[in-house]
Design a protein. Structure first.
Length: 133
């Protein structure tokens, strides 16, 4: 499933949700999320980008993209202050893409304008033998 289709599904769920924590994501514009290939990320990383791993702390501890910060997807809305400016690029990934989609919707709803999804997420990163910390 493409990240845009996943975000649209998540946003539909948000529209139907009565949860005050996620209902704000109904205004999110999925066109604000761009996929970035792993090759592009490694050869020409977005200048000043935050690399955001939205997996659990245990998953992060078992290996992550070098330089990544860990904020689990279900804590992101309450921890946005740990990220910088909403104009700073944020490269988001998880294990397979689902949680990255949820996190991307939270970021877009919060006004982040340069949200990038790392294609293939951690599963593909490791399968390709990419470096981890």
């Amino acid at each position: 499933m493409s990240i845009k289709r996943m975000l649209n599904t998540i946003l539909l769920g948000c529209l139907l949700s009565f949860s005050p924590v996620v209902s704000g994501c109904a205004q999110a514009d999925t066109s604000a999320v761009t996929d970035i290939s792993q090759e592009e990320f490694l050869s020409s990383p977005p200048e000043g980008a935050v690399i955001l791993d939205v997996r659990t702390e245990a998953e992060f501890g078992s290996g992550h993209v070098p330089g990544a910060v860990n904020i689990p997807h279900d804590e992101l809305a309450s921890r946005l202050s740990e990220l910088s400016s909403t104009d700073q690029p944020v490269v988001v990934y998880c294990r397979s893409g689902k949680r990255a989609g949820v996190a991307s919707a939270v970021l877009v709803a919060a006004g982040y304008t340069k949200v990038l999804h790392l294609e293939g997420d951690m599963n593909e990163w490791q399968a390709n033998g990419r470096p981890t910390e």
